[in-house]
Design a binder for this molecule. Structure first.
Ligand code: ITT
Length: 185
């Protein structure tokens, strides 16, 4: 299976490749991504996928992905704004959660895949957890140094890339995608 991922985030490409080892995944050949103006993950993921579709060979599947972290004690923020709400999003998250009792949070990921005939598949994955009070670990990216999944005592950055390839919100969404594209496989 060959697919083109419409992202400017190299970590996402690495994670898709690890989560889908049988697939051949390359980046969409574009740097001019349209701004993310959607009000939902699916709208933003679709915007990325449609942009990728418009600049890619017709026979390829194109994938757009939008994701974020939602802190319950902050009414779901930063959510859709996770990539953009501060130069150092982790520092802001720790600051805003200082003194907040509920540190539970979740990662959310929505994937929109558009096939050669224009067919669209939408899948989602989530990972529940809590925000630690300080950073630990050096794998992954973004909020991983402070995100401790439910049932674990270490952060995602400590659990590492191999753990993410099986258990993350993104890995869960990619599993759902595979199940829909290859229903019998
Ligand atoms: P593209 O839009 O180019 O795909 P991006 O990084 O801007 O790349 P998003 O708009 O989907 O992607 O923002 C997702 C942000 O949510 C990401 O930059 C992180 O801050 C956070 N995030 C999402 N998944 C994460 C993960 O697995 N680990 C840590 N942080 C994550």
């Amino acid at each position: 299976m060959r697919a083109l991922l419409s992202t400017g985030n190299q970590h996402k490409l690495d994670e898709f490749r690890r989560a889908l080892p049988g697939w051949e995944i390359e980046l969409v050949k574009s740097t001019a991504y349209p701004p993310e103006t959607g009000t939902t993950y699916v709208e933003n993921a679709r915007g990325k996928a449609e942009h990728g579709r418009s600049v890619s060979p017709e026979d390829a599947w194109v994938i757009g992905e939008d994701s974020g972290i939602e802190a319950r004690g902050l009414d779901g923020r930063p959510g859709l704004a996770s990539a953009r709400w501060a130069d150092d999003g982790v520092a802001r998250l720790l600051e805003e959660l200082a003194g907040v009792g509920d540190r539970s949070a979740r990662y959310a990921c929505t994937i929109v895949a558009i096939g050669p005939e224009g067919q669209e598949i939408v899948v989602e994955g989530t990972l529940e957890g809590a925000v630690a009070t300080e950073r630990s670990g050096d794998e992954g990216f973004g909020y991983d140094p402070v995100f401790v999944p439910d049932g674990e005592t270490r952060t995602v950055a400590e659990l590492g890339d191999a753990w993410k390839a099986i258990h993350s919100h993104r890995a869960r969404a990619t599993k759902a995608l595979t199940a829909l594209i290859f229903p019998t496989g």
